[in-house]
Design a protein around this ligand. Structure first.
Ligand SMILES: [Zn+2]
Length: 341
């Protein structure tokens, strides 16, 4: 096996992958044909500009998020949600994933009559089918959207409470961070905390470290999505380190959304040295044109992480997973027993 094959085969976890950012052009064409919704082209490579950030990246998180508008109309039925959930598991399995947490916003899948509960139920159904077919444990995370009102987000938390422990493991907050600071969502996440649902929050990606502190100290976040801007505040760095709050880094996405200016400015080495608990994830394989193997390849090439350091990131992912201890132990064993590194 060459180095890339070894990296691909290495057992991995992905804790931060969006369902609507994982729809391949081939899947979209299948959904379009089945549902009778027209596409501008039925040639997969020609769909890329509509669905994927190009080589040049994009201007901001807001531009990045616009790519999701193209696929969402196709994800409004029970079967479409289940199908893309299973496909997300299949794609992860191709890159050695043994455990994934797939996140999605139930309220964005209701244009054709599904309830928030329906959306969650059918995503879990698709994930479970993927588990059986591809041997990857897969759980769901329900996202509250920053641009939605409190009522819509409380509805998500209520629905999530009914599936927590039954295929769903957490709730999240996502969307335009710069326009909607974390502090606007105290009521929503107080409800989630009341139900004991684990919480992860996108913070310190398109806005500053205050959002990270707010997410951890007020909203009850046990993990932070991205958090690349934590370095702007030493107190926030200390908070993350002392409480062992894992960061869900998504390197390719973080470069594309301009969360950092470029690879030379990506703080991963710095964060390792500061003792932060770092995990490596894909965010949106289709939108970002990436996969788990590629994320680790980039880190190994650009930052000279050794195979042991790569394994360390994966083991951090296991530690940070919203799983029970015996499930984590099984994953740890699989990773540690992988001999080719
Ligand atoms: Zn994300």
């Amino acid at each position: 096996m060459d180095a890339l094959q070894t990296l691909s085969a290495l057992p991995k976890v992905d804790l931060h992958v969006h369902l609507d950012g994982s729809v391949s052009p081939e899947s979209l064409i299948a959904l379009a044909r089945y549902q009778g919704i027209p596409l501008p082209t039925y040639d997969p490579p020609q769909l890329h500009p509509y669905m994927q950030i190009g080589e040049q990246g994009c201007g901001s998180l807001v531009e990045y998020l616009a790519k999701f508008d193209f696929v969402l109309p196709f994800l409004q039925t029970a079967d479409a949600l289940a199908y893309v959930a299973t496909e997300t598991v299949r794609q992860a399995a191709e890159h050695g994933a043994k455990y994934i947490e797939v996140r999605f916003a139930p309220q964005l899948h209701r244009e054709r009559g599904l309830s928030a509960d329906d959306a969650i139920r059918h995503v879990i159904r698709g994930l479970k089918l993927g588990e059986r077919q591809f041997g990857v444990m897969a759980r769901a995370i329900a996202i509250c959207m920053r641009h939605h009102d409190g009522e819509a987000n409380l509805e998500v938390v209520e629905a999530a409470s009914r599936y927590c422990g039954h295929g769903l493991v957490a709730v999240d907050l996502a969307g335009n961070e710069a326009a909607y600071p974390a502090s606007l969502f105290r009521d929503v996440f107080a409800r989630a905390q009341g139900y004991g649902i684990p919480i992860t929050i996108h913070a310190g990606e398109a806005a500053g470290p205050d959002n990270i502190a707010e997410a951890v100290e007020r909203l009850g976040a046990a993990r932070i999505g991205h958090g690349v801007r934590a370095r702007e505040d030493d107190e926030v760095l200390a908070l993350l380190r002392d409480r062992r709050i894992p960061l869900e880094l998504c390197p390719t996405s973080n470069i594309q959304t301009r969360a950092v200016s470029g690879w030379s400015d990506y703080p991963i080495r710095d964060y390792v040295e500061q003792g932060l608990l770092l995990t490596v994830n894909t965010d949106n394989p289709s939108v970002s044109g990436t996969n788990l193997t590629n994320e680790y390849r980039v880190l190994a090439e650009r930052f000279e992480f050794t195979p042991q350091e790569i394994k360390g990131f994966i083991l951090n992912g296991v530690e940070a997973a919203f799983l029970r201890e015996h499930e984590k132990e099984q994953l740890r064993r699989e990773i540690l027993e992988f001999g080719a590194l």
